[in-house]
Design a protein around this ligand. Structure first.
Ligand SMILES: Nc1ncnc2c1ncn2[C@@H]1O[C@H](COP(=O)(O)OP(=O)(O)OP(=O)(O)O)[C@@H](O)[C@H]1O
Ligand SMILES: [Mg+2]
Length: 331
């Protein structure tokens, strides 16, 4: 197809209000423009696309199309591996974490924004990052934050699907997928990275699995500096040492300490008109939250707000106090 055909499709799908096909056609034109060396035009289209998606989106993340429409016919078999392609509006503001983690993530973003300077001094750029730690402590969120801060599109890859899919195809598909993401300047987010190690437990073909791990090692080693891979796992001990070594940054996102619980609760309640009646009640909730994940703490607070709301006989907007006797907070 030539440029005129893509434009005709864009006009057609736009007028038909077919958002998914419109996005697909736009993505195709961007890719076509890159291949035909109209790089500036491609970049302009990409920024129009991102801006449009940002305006339309509601909750921080916007899918740029389902796997089904995203892929050209010859790439349809990749759809098992790709969960989503999305843009993110999350920023550092959304992530509660220690100063050290915050500093590392900020530096990572700084490196990518200053990539030309680093290149001109022949300095390497960190581009492979592994988040590990217990469930519900922000691994996925931190990945969205990086995508948002770097204003890059992100492919979310379902490595868990490897376990159930035909391993023989996996190496080939992963290679195709990396190539695709690199050519589109997208972040590759490999969730459930431990699946690569887990397969061994499932008594599957070891040789084949080794091939998959080797493929990943090679893809990592030949990844262009400006491309980014983020991996996440809550079972870091399952991951091969050779794979672990390839990451420039390995960051543990752990259970929140007291200061982080306070920050999270404050962030959560300032989004609603509710508050705690007394400092004492707030402190009690904080100490009951110790040992829980960020997710569990946030969920308890939101559930308590909802329950309080339904218990109220009359809604007085000036005095919306969270009922801290509600068991969701107490347990
Ligand atoms: N560090 C954090 N700061 C703020 N909110 C958080 C944090 N961690 C978790 N949350 C809240 O909990 C939700 C779930 O967190 P997330 O999906 O990032 O956890 P995860 O570490 O990826 O867990 P899993 O290992 O189960 O995939 C987030 O969408 C967010 O609302
Ligand atoms: Mg996750």
């Amino acid at each position: 197809m030539g440029q005129a055909d893509y434009i005709k499709n864009i006009a057609k799908f736009g007028l038909e209000n077919d958002q998914e096909r419109l996005l697909l056609a736009l993505n195709e034109l961007i890719e076509h423009s890159k291949q035909t060396k109209k790089v500036n035009f491609a970049l302009q289209l990409q920024s129009i696309l991102k801006e449009g998606l940002r305006v339309n989106q509601t909750k921080g993340l916007t899918k740029v199309g389902s796997a089904k429409y995203l892929l050209k016919e010859e790439d349809q078999h990749l759809s098992d591996l790709i969960i989503d392609k999305l843009t993110s509006d999350f920023t550092f503001e959304n992530l509660v974490c220690s100063n050290e983690i915050n500093e590392e993530l900020n530096f990572f973003v700084k490196e990518h924004n200053g990539i030309d300077v680093l290149n001109s001094f022949d300095l390497p750029v960190s581009n492979k990052i592994l988040f590990h730690g217990p469930s519900g402590c922000g691994k996925t969120l931190a990945s969205y934050v990086l995508a948002g801060e770097l204003e890059k599109l992100m492919y979310v890859i379902n490595l868990g699907a490897i376990v159930s899919s035909k391993l023989g195809e996996t190496s080939k598909n992963l290679t195709k997928l990396f190539k695709k993401a690199v050519s589109e300047d997208c972040i590759i987010f490999l969730d459930e990275f431990d699946s690569l190690g887990k397969v061994r437990d499932y008594n599957q073909d070891h040789g084949e699995m080794k091939r998959v791990v080797n493929t990943i090692l090679q893809l990592f080693d030949y990844l262009p500096q400006n491309s980014i891979v983020i991996a996440a796992t809550n079972q870091v001990e399952m991951i091969d040492d050779a794979l672990l070594r390839r990451f420039d940054l390995k960051l543990k996102l752990d259970l929140p300490g007291k200061a982080q619980i306070i920050e999270l609760i404050n962030k959560t309640i300032t989004k609603s008109p509710f508050k705690f009646k007394t400092k004492k009640e707030f402190n009690e909730v904080v100490s009951l939250s110790e040992g829980l994940s960020f997710y569990a703490v946030q969920k308890s607070i939101i559930t308590a707000i909802k329950r309080t709301l339904f218990k109220m006989e009359r809604i007085d907007n000036k005095n919306l106090f969270i009922d801290s006797s509600i068991p969701q907070i107490r347990t």
